[in-house]
Structure formats: C-alpha cells, structure tokens
Design a protein around this ligand. Sequence first.
Ligand code: NI
Length: 146
Amino acid sequence: MTGVTRIGVSLEPDLLEAFDESITKKGYVSRSEAIRDLVRDSLAESEWKNDEEYMVGVIVTVYDHTAGGVGEKLTDLQHERGHNVNTSVHVHLDHDKCMEILIVEGKLKELKTLANEITSVKGVLRGKLTMASPSTGHMHHIGHRH
Ligand code: NI
C-alpha cells in the first residue's frame, strides 16, 4: 500500500488474545484493518462535540413489547419528536422482543435528548445512538457528501 505509515503497537498477551478473538468473530482478516476501523470510529465519535451541529444518525432500540405499554410510549415519543425522526424500521426479534431502528436528524443536543428519552422508557432493554455523518441539513444528502 502506498501512502500508509506502519506503526508498532505494544499490547499485553491477554489483551492481544482477546482482541484477536474479537476481530476474528467480526470477520476481519487482518489486525491492521480492525485497528483502522477502531481509529475511524474513535475519531468520528470525538467529532460529536458540538451540540448545536446538525447531524444525521440512527437510534437502535431493543425492547420487550410485553412490558406494559412500551411500544405505545415509544410511538408517542416519535410523534412528539416527529421533526427529528425521519424513518423507523421495526423488526419482531422473537416472541417478546422487538428491535426498532430510527433514522434521526437534528441538532446533536436534540438527538442526544431523544435517545435518552427512548432508553429511559421502562421495558427498553438497549438503546444506542450512532451518528452516521454530519448533515448539511437535508436528509437526501446522506451518502452524497459534497
Ligand atoms: Ni415487534
């Protein structure tokens, strides 16, 4: 590869073993590729500092739909915050569990608040906000950054 700098990384044997196991499970063929992805993720997350910045992201939620009214509460929240919710996808995981993926846009602080509101609903087992990219303010710019 051209334009690539080789670096040396020192790791304790246990940590390296755990890392190798983890990246093999994820399908990485080389440590370098896995480390590149980790560095990219870390840099992307460090950019989520400006609460006023307009962002596009996803909120992934796993919840137990048999826990009283959780589905309705999540739907209510999404309607209340309709200006932040662009799309929702619902997957019935098994008899009890559902996964809901929301594509969201808005100021970073609004998206963080929405993610917190969602994860604090009783019955929500997991919730995670991931930022896809900073947006210019229009959803159709996803994947077409100029
Ligand atoms: Ni479901």
